[in-house]
Design a protein around this ligand. Sequence first.
Ligand code: BGC
Length: 893
Amino acid sequence: MRNSNSNVKMLVVAALLSLLIGGAVPSARAAEGPQPPVTLRCEYLHNPVGIDVRQPRFAWVLHHTERAQVQSAYQVLVATTPELLAQNKGDAWDSGKTASDDSTQVVYNGKPLESDHSYWWKVRYWDKGGNASEYSHPASFDVGLLSVDDWKGQWIGGANQVRQEFTLAEAPRRARAYITGLGYYELHINGKKIGMNYLDPGWTTWDKRVLYTTYDVTSNLHSGANAVGVMLGQGWFKSRVMLLQLDIELAGGKHVSVTSGPAWKAKNGPIVSDSIYDGEVYDARLETPGWDLPGYKDDGWKPAESVKGPGGVLSAQMMPPIQDVDSMVPIALTNPRPGVYVYDMGQNFSGWVDLHVNGPRGAQVQLRFSELLYDTGMINRENLRGAKARDIYILRGDGEEHYHPRFTYHGFRYVEVTGYPGTPSLDSLRGHVVHTAVKTTGSFVASNPLLNQIHKIIRWSDLTNLHSVPTDCDQRDERQGWMGDAQVSSEGVMLNFDMAAFYTNFLRDMRDDLGADGTMTDTIPYLTHGRRPGDPAWGTAFPLICWYLFQQTGDRRLLEENYNGVRKYVEYLRSRAPDNVLRFSYYGDWVATELTPGAEVSDFYYYYDTLVLSKMAAALGNSPDAASYAELAGQIKDAFNKEFYDPKTGNYTTGTQTANVLPLFLNMVPAEDRGKVAGNLDNNILYLHNTHLTTGLAGLRYLMPVLTQIGRSDLAYDLATQTTYPSWGHMLANGATTVWELWQKKVGPAMNSQNHHMMGSVDAWFYEGLGGINVDLEHPGYHHIRIEPQVTRDLTSVSATVGSVRGNVTSSWSHEPGIITLQVDVPVNAAASVSVPKADEMTDITIHEGDRTVWENGHFIDGTPGVTAGKLDGKRVVFEVGSGMYNFRVTGE
Ligand code: BGC
């Protein structure tokens, strides 16, 4: 234990050091004072190519060699050439020295941005003493097509390969490809696939919106003959159409456009069939070598067909794309029957495999995917329901061949290979992990390995279900943007990954599908699954994800864009609750082990949504709405208690964990009865269920936070580390590498995905509870942070980092008998209340920060740089600190 504890500490120290060093990279000099800003982002993206926002927002991260530093002013320069920017000339926008501590969501306020143009920008800042940093390294952004009139091409289809050749009089100086292809496309120019995206564009409700992607193709084109080819897959759209525009500026300054239209040629290629659920059939004998090169003889090709577009507005895809983010080497290969080979990838994930094969022309290799195995070693695909989940590759027969599919993906751990010519080896397959390529920004490590394993399987489930929208699962005939799942996981996902652009997009999808009558749907995009109106515990994803993202980012525009929609949604709920109780429900506390009436769950969310709406109104300065919705929330709360609470027993409805957790979480319980209800919850967990949880999707989200609120983080920890059914430890003990859909171990032909993220919502508590990193709800965007770690039971250390919009926030503690240490990192332009815990065994405590004493004999001792105040709060001492790194050490008798 000692050993692993000190290992964790070493890791933490190394991580903190690398943060320090890494933070100062842009300038070679090791100057004192304000460092040049880093991590420049535009609309939450790094150097985005193709945004369609007329007034984009900028953000940067600050470092300073002193503690308690803030930005007193900034200057942003935006230029139309990198040369002008290098001369400090912001010909598009020079903000001048602007007194402000905004280092995120700084709105572009220069000359109108033009379609199909590139811009370069940089920023410097002044600290609180008025010292200026140097300018940051330059960053860039490209504006895509801002208006529908900028699009000159036509939608075409007719086959799954289309092509066109064109001649350029000169080499290009700048060229951009604007493309969307539904369901999916793969763009080739002059013999090469363009970009790293797969399964592009992101999924939307097509008649409302279609996303297009912009690629910088300057270096792919040349003077003389060029060729462009596009492969098309049917994806969710179930048809194959596309729209493309190449906008090219030639060396001499002339502009030419190449656009899709009936002059293009079309012919079906090697992809014989493609389907998200069923997989791909690829006949390599049907390949058309050279089809994407100039000079190809396309005599056998027919003219492409002009087709009607899907109808939705064309919007730039402003979120990380789906990419092949990692490769996996199989850990085992078995041969359970003659000719049948089964690979174990060692991990459940979304994506595909790359097949390496050498054999006769026409040989057919079949790959079938599964999450489970039978005892016989054969793959068990019963839980895939209708999804065929198989790829078939038919060989050319000309030597080494490599194949992976393009227009499908599978959720799997095992791959069955049949029809392989010869004997396959471990090297015949590589796994490829494919999902929305969001950056990891958070980390969580605890001294208890079980917690780390739980965190790991949650991360896998969260990530592999990000497929341009948060899907429920990645393997069976579903993979939908179920909103209930999305809302419970979203906060944990935001703490782990850079999600702002992704959820901004997802919220726009929700607005697109919001009914004229204010109804929300169970799934987004809303095409085939779920209902309208959606279950209130699903529809709540609209207000709640918006609110969580606002808490994480402080993004006002997000509130402005979503406010009317959320208001409409709440008004719809109100129309269904004439006596202030919302009763309709379909799924309620989905897949719980003990039932809570759906009406209670729905009504809880009606209250939550109304409360959030009133807070959104307040944040936007709309005081009449803030007041009227706060009043409505009060009425809903009263009606909720009347309808569902029994003051005699101190229980809500059925007295299940969920039934009592929901009202406790939002402080709905009459103040005088809170202790009684909390006691019932405690009792239910400890005695009725022998320290096991019974919650479904809804109750689980709030269970640990409520236990922490009522001073029982020890019990929350016991539940989190439980190893018997129902628990995550039980899943792990049964081989889970991702989080199951059900608490029960089920492997039959029903609803039992092995990779569902909804029960991973506990991860938020790992960061916020155990790690103790919390947004101060009064100061969103980590402007003010509450660090309040839970030191409990046999945990000897926890280290958590959140990559906030202002930079990394770290809380890292250790507990040995008689000593607690807490290291905290607060970014520049932020401040924190650091709640330093004392252990139960400590009475007379002394607290040091570094080599100074900050607390002794029950009093705060002033004079430590950055630490401005300290006061006792029950079992903790709360210090107010500015930015910087702090090392608190609590000792006591
Ligand atoms: C999905 C869930 C979803 C539910 C709605 C299931 O089939 O996989 O996760 O929220 O349906 O009840």
